[in-house]
Every structure is written in structure tokens, then in C-alpha cells.
Design a protein. Sequence first.
Length: 94
Amino acid sequence: MSEAPHGAPPPRRDACAVVLGGATAGYAIVHELHRNGVRPIVMVDKIARPSSRSRKLREFVRAPSTAEGLRDALRGLHERHGYLVLFPTRDEHL
């Protein structure tokens, strides 16, 4: 691990599971990830569905249903978490 200036360690940036879409498939993915000990889990969707309020999530991020909106939401998550593991639930996420 490289060091930051003045000998301070660099900020820690952990991996984050990102579920794209909160409909039935999205919640099923969240449930399975949580059951298998994966943390943190973040959901990104264009609307707040009931699954977006799950206690299994670290956070919910609302993103416009455009490629640019999704890109910007993922960039913001990348700045906070570093490594993102994406779980798309719809073709438009690909």
C-alpha cells in the first residue's frame, strides 16, 4: 500500500455491492447478498420502491433513468467506496 504525503496512510476504500434496480429481482439480490455476509450493499434505482427502505441496505441512491444519470450515480459511489461490484437487473443497466 502506498503512503500519502507526510506519512499518513491513504484513505481506506472498500468494495461495495451495488444493486441496480429495486424491483423483485433487485430485492432478491439484496437478500442473497446480505444472507451471505456481503456488506455494504447499496441500491440504485430511478424511483424509491419498498425494497429501497430495506434495513439490509447501507443506502439507496436515486438516479435518473438515463445513461448519464446512472453514470453520475455510480461515479459518486465510486468516490466514496472505491471498488464497485455491480448487479444489474434490467437490460438497460448493461
